[in-house]
Design a protein around this ligand. Structure first.
Ligand SMILES: NC(=O)c1ccc[n+]([C@@H]2O[C@H](COP(=O)([O-])OP(=O)(O)OC[C@H]3O[C@@H](n4cnc5c(N)ncnc54)[C@H](O)[C@@H]3O)[C@@H](O)[C@H]2O)c1
Length: 284
């Protein structure tokens, strides 16, 4: 099956980026849904700004922008999902919220519609379990900012069919992404490896092995990482890091994934990184 009509649920940072990839790169129709009209207006404005920038740089023509805008719709009406062949969910990272969403969606969409979640750490199999389409359910883990990041991590749930996997993989390539595939274990490939590094950097800081600046510079210059792990944790959000570590610790039942106490303390204090102006660093 070739995917022509996509419904993106959650029009925030990730949903907006995914809508860009679908409408501009893959040149397919996409409807972006959010419960919050202000978020939709903000995403729409950010989308227009990005397209204008790409036109200025000569990367897109005015005709391409016009055509992409024709393919893109914004809505607060979930019923519109009934027309989609693929729904990509990008609502907040809360298991109960996502399960409630998919359970409702399952009533609205025809049986052949494929459901995908952009979760970075929640079990795909648990999300699929609230629907009657475990075979047509998959993880599509995009990276931020979606228009710049080449990677797409697909996650096969316990019941994901080969046909679903192949259809979504082909669509991922049409989105201009390099696709990697993970099975449904806590943290998949990228969140598991990435978060363990960030968490270990936090332990190194807490134990006084080095300053935040030296830990970050060590990884940048010694391992060619574009960003140090503590600066990256601040950018990702310390609440997001804590929730990913907790999911892995509970999922594996292994102390290897215990969240660093310093991370817990910063989250308790409301210092969530860049978005609150303070984390391992302070931001103006
Ligand atoms: N931010 C990242 O770097 C990143 C990277 C990969 C994956 N993810 C995952 O993507 C998902 C979304 O993250 P984000 O950073 O875009 O969050 P975000 O807060 O920017 O966007 C989430 C949006 O969902 C909307 N929403 C809330 N409840 C809803 C509902 N019931 N129905 C429809 N919309 C609803 C909110 O209004 C908000 O606009 C999460 O699962 C997150 O773990 C995030």
């Amino acid at each position: 099956m070739s995917i022509e009509r996509v419904f993106v649920a959650g029009g925030g940072l990730m949903g907006g980026g995914i809508a860009y990839a679908v409408s501009v790169v893959a040149e397919k129709n996409v409807t972006v849904y959010d419960i919050n009209e202000e978020v939709l207006a903000r995403s729409q404005a950010a989308h227009s700004k990005l397209l204008n920038k790409l036109v200025e740089k000569g990367k897109l023509s005015a005709e391409q922008v016009e055509a992409a805008n024709q393919r893109l719709n914004w809505t607060t009406d979930l019923e519109q999902a009934s027309k989609a062949q693929l729904v990509i969910e990008a609502i907040p990272e809360k298991l109960a919220l996502k399960q409630e969403f998919f359970s409702r969606l399952d009533q609205i969409c025809p049986p052949e519609t494929i459901f995908a979640s952009n979760t970075s750490s929640l079990p795909i199999t648990s999300l699929a379990s609230v629907t009657k389409r475990g075979d047509r359910f998959i993880g599509m883990h995009f990276f931020s900012p979606v228009h710049l990041m080449k990677l797409l991590e697909l996650i096969r749930g316990l019941e994901t069919s080969e046909a679903t996997y192949e259809t979504v993989k082909a669509f991922g390539v049409a989105l201009g992404k390099e696709v990697i595939t993970a099975n449904d274990f806590p943290g998949f490939i990228t969140t598991r490896l990435g978060m363990v590094l960030l968490n270990e950097a936090m332990f190194a800081l807490m134990e006084g092995v080095g300053t935040a600046e030296d830990i970050d510079l060590g990884m940048k210059l010694g391992f060619n990482h574009p960003m140090g792990p503590l600066a990256l944790a601040d950018a990702v959000g310390l609440d997001v890091c804590l929730s990913a570590m907790t999911t892995m610790q509970e999922g594996f039942g292994d102390q290897r994934y215990r969240p660093c106490p310093l991370l817990k303390r910063l989250v308790q204090a409301g210092h969530l990184g860049k978005k609150t102006g303070r984390g391992f660093y302070t931001y103006a």
